[in-house]
Design a protein around this ligand. Structure first.
Ligand code: ATP
Length: 235
């Protein structure tokens, strides 16, 4: 589904990604790990063409996405929950959810997400549907960001630190939702610091260090290898 091969990424003259390759197959949940500043968000930016990519290839559903405008990449079926949420503060919850909503692609084979479905998964959003984005708590904003991405009916959902800084109960709610997405056949690329929750949900992982993929393997391999976790993740 998503094929990233040998990508070099730059902020101006400063190289941040060095030959990064990763794949996400249909129905797979994949973790992207690494300590702070190692290139996780930058990899997501490269996928969404928010960064200069000088070499390598990026393909989604077998067609190249390198160089396409970000909105086109989103329209092709990649839903992003960006770091820092980035919801629309001056729109209501309902407007935030519907502003970018789309029908699923014909090939996805997934049940379409609807507003009612989002309100079932995150009931608080239903109760607050007329509140402005900036009147929500951090946890509610995060749920809104996830709900908004789901309503674009993406073939691939990318979450960049979606549980960062949230209360434990809200985190549990979000991980439960991600587990359900995976069970229903969604493809997900997840960046998160909570290794335990991530290895419960994801099938495989990539570890980044200084802009390079230094390890890839299954959740079982990651759980079993305490030296690897200590060396590359500091946990
Ligand atoms: P974190 O967990 O802190 O979000 P990360 O793994 O997502 O870390 P990135 O944000 O991708 O890391 O950063 C990778 C490298 O790129 C770092 O060295 C960082 O300083 C650099 N970098 C990030 N954003 C920019 C930018 N806008 N301009 C220049 N360099 C940047």
């Amino acid at each position: 589904m998503l094929e990233v091969n040998g990508v070099d990424g730059f902020y101006g003259n400063s190289q941040a990604l060095f030959g990064v390759s990763l794949q996400v197959a249909k129905g797979e949940a994949v973790g992207l790990l690494g300590r702070n500043g190692m290139g996780k968000t930058t990899t997501v930016r490269a996928i969404m063409n928010l960064l200069t990519v000088n070499s390598g290839s990026l393909a989604f559903h077998g067609r190249t996405i390198r160089g396409l405008p970000t909105f086109r990449i989103a329209q092709l079926g990649i839903g992003l929950v960006p770091e820092g949420r980035q919801i629309f503060p001056n729109l209501t919850v309902l407007e935030n959810l519907t502003a970018t909503a789309r029908a699923p692609s014909k090939t996805s084979g997934l049940k379409p997400w609807t507003l009612d479905h989002i309100f079932q998964v995150f009931p608080i959003l239903g109760h607050r549907r007329r509140h402005m984005g900036n009147q929500l708590s951090g946890g509610e904003q995060q749920m809104l960001a996830i709900g908004r991405a789901l309503l674009t009916n993406p073939d691939l959902l990318i979450l960049d630190e979606a549980t960062e800084g949230l209360a434990p109960l809200v985190r549990t709610e979000i991980w439960k939702c991600l587990g359900q997405l995976k069970d229903h056949g969604h493809s997900i690329l997840i960046i998160d610091k909570n290794i335990q929750a991530l290895t419960d949900v994801a099938d495989r992982h990539y570890i980044l260090e200084k802009g390079r993929v230094v390890w890839t393997g299954s959740s079982n391999e990651l759980v079993a290898d305490s030296l690897l976790r200590l060396q590359h993740l500091g946990v």
